[in-house]
Design a protein around this ligand. Structure first.
Ligand code: AMP
Ligand code: MG
Length: 402
C-alpha cells in the first residue's frame, strides 16, 4: 500500500504545468495565477506626503529657545495638487495625502497649532520626519511585488493597481472535465424514483473547481456500461487538460472505469493508506492529439471530498502552475475518542470548540456528506494511533484547503 505522501509525490511528478498565458484586465483577474514576477516601475508613494491635516515646516526654522515659534502661512497644499518649494522661515497649510513641499521636513498636526490671521503658532519641539509618509515607504522602484505562480487575491489586485498596472498576464485556466458514474444517479430538481439517489458528487466537484479558479467541462452522468464509460472519457479527453471521475473504481461487476481506462490509455490502481478513500485510480486517456491525465475518485461523497482535497487538489494546482505550500496543521485537544487503525491514516471531519478543543461529527461514514458541511476542518489520525479524550491531535482547518 502507498503512503499518502508517496501518492502525492507521484501525482506531482506526473503533473505538467500549462504554459499558455493570456493578458487580462484587473477586473477579470481575481483568482487567476500570474505567469511572471511583477516588478514595480515606480516608488509608492511616489513622493513624501502628509499623514495629517496641519502645517508643513522646516524644523530648522523653529526657535528652540521659545516654547512656540510664529511663522507666516505662505501656501496651502491639498491632496492632488503640486506644492511650491517652501519659502524659508514660513509654514505651508497642508492636508492629509498632500505632497510635502521641497524644503519642508515635518508636518505639525493642526490640533497643536493656533492660527492668527496669516500667522501660525507652532510648538518648537517638533522633530524632523514628524507625520511624513516617506516616498517609497510601501514599494521601491524595482521591487518584486508579486511572484509568478501566485493566485491573485483581492489585496494583490489592489497592489497591482497601486503601481499603475491595469492588465496582468496569467496562465490560462486549467480545463478540468468531470464525470459522475452510476445508474443510480438522478439530478437534483428531478423527482426521486425507486432505486435512485441524487447526484451530489457532480456538484461537489463542480464547486471545488470553481473555487480553484479552474474551468469546468461537465461531461455529466455516465451509465454503468463499458461503452458509455469509454465514450464519456473520450469526450472528456478531447475537451479538457485533466479528467476527474467519481465512482465505478471498485472491483464490482458494475465498475467500468478500470476496463475503460485500460482500453484507452494507461492505468495505475493505487491502494493508499487513507480512510476514507478506497483505491484511487490514476492514469491517462490517450488520443491521437494528446495524453490527458485521469484521476478516478471513489463514489461515496465524503470519500470524494477527502480524496479530492488530499490528492486531486495538489495535482490540479501543479497543472495550473499555482505555487502552494504543504498543509499546515495545528495542535488541538481531542474532545472525542477514536480507535486505532492498524494501517490507514484517517481524516475525521471535525469542528473547533473552546478555541483549542476539537469535536468530530458523530457519524464518520464515507457516505455521510453532512459531516463535511458541519465540519471546519480535518482531524488527522495517523495509523496505529488510538485517541483518548484530552489527547493532542493535529487539525487542518478548511482555510488551508478550500
Ligand atoms: P461506486 O464506487 O460506484 O460503487 O460508488 C460507491 C457509493 O457511492 C455508492 O453507494 C454510490 O451510490 C455512491 N455514489 C456514487 N456516485 C455518487 C454520486 N455522484 N453522488 C452520490 N453518491 C454517489
Ligand atoms: Mg457505481
Amino acid at each position: 500500500m502507498l503512503s499518502i505522501d508517496q501518492a502525492i509525490t507521484q501525482l506531482l511528478n506526473q503533473a505538467q504545468g500549462i504554459t499558455e498565458t493570456e493578458t487580462i484586465s484587473l477586473q477579470q483577474a481575481l483568482g487567476r495565477v500570474i505567469a511572471a514576477d511583477i516588478l514595480s516601475t515606480i516608488d509608492v508613494p511616489p513622493a513624501d506626503n502628509s499623514a495629517m491635516d496641519g502645517y508643513a515646516v522646516d524644523t530648522n526654522d523653529l526657535d528652540k529657545t521659545q516654547e512656540h515659534s510664529v511663522l507666516t502661512i505662505s501656501q496651502t497644499v491639498a491632496a492632488g495638487h503640486a506644492p511650491s518649494p517652501l519659502i524659508e522661515g514660513t509654514a505651508a497649510r497642508i492636508f492629509t495625502g498632500a505632497e510635502i513641499p521641497s524644503g519642508a521636513n515635518a508636518v505639525v498636526m493642526q490640533e497643536k497649532c493656533t492660527v492668527e490671521d496669516t500667522l501660525v503658532h507652532i510648538p518648537s519641539n517638533i522633530t524632523p520626519n514628524n507625520n511624513i509618509r516617506a516616498r517609497g515607504q510601501d514599494i521601491i522602484k524595482g521591487d518584486c511585488i508579486l511572484k509568478e505562480g501566485k493566485k491573485l487575491q483581492p489585496q494583490d489586485i489592489g497592489l497591482l493597481a497601486s503601481i499603475g498596472i491595469n492588465k496582468v498576464t496569467v496562465y490560462r485556466q486549467l480545463r478540468v472535465a468531470i464525470l459522475s458514474t452510476g445508474d443510480e444517479l438522478i439530478e437534483p430538481g428531478q423527482p426521486l424514483t425507486p432505486g435512485k439517489i441524487y447526484n451530489s458528487n457532480r456538484y461537489l466537484l463542480y464547486s471545488f473547481l470553481q473555487q480553484l479558479g479552474m474551468e469546468v467541462v461537465d461531461i455529466g452522468v455516465i451509465a454503468d456500461t463499458l461503452e458509455s464509460t469509454t465514450d464519456g472519457l473520450q469526450r472528456a479527453a478531447k475537451q479538457a487538460d485533466c479528467i476527474i471521475s467519481t465512482g465505478g473504481v471498485s472491483v464490482g461487476d458494475e465498475d467500468y472505469i478500470k476496463k475503460a481506462v485500460l482500453q484507452l490509455g494507461r492505468l495505475d490502481f493505487w491502494r493508499i493508506a487513507i480512510k476514507p478513500g478506497k483505491p484511487l485510480a490514476f492514469g491517462t486517456i490517450d488520443t491521437e492529439e494528446k495524453t490527458t491525465p485521469f484521476i478516478g475518485l471513489p463514489g461515496n461523497p465524503a470519500s470524494v471530498f477527502i480524496t479530492f482535497l488530499i490528492f486531486a487538489r495538489p495535482f490540479l494546482l501543479a497543472c495550473q502552475q499555482q505555487r502552494f505550500r504543504s498543509l499546515q496543521t495545528r495542535p488541538v485537544i481531542a474532545n472525542f475518542s477514536w480507535k486505532e487503525n492498524p494501517i490507514r491514516q484517517e481524516y475525521l471531519r471535525g469542528r473547533i470548540i473552546d478555541t483549542d478543543k476539537v469535536d468530530i461529527y458523530p457519524n464518520q461514514s464515507s457516505g455521510v456528506l453532512s459531516s463535511t458541511s458541519w465540519a471546519e476542518g480535518l482531524v488527522i489520525v495517523p495509523p496505529k494511533t488510538m485517541i483518548k479524550t484530552g489527547d493532542q491531535v493535529e487539525f487542518v482547518p478548511f482555510s488551508e484547503l478550500l
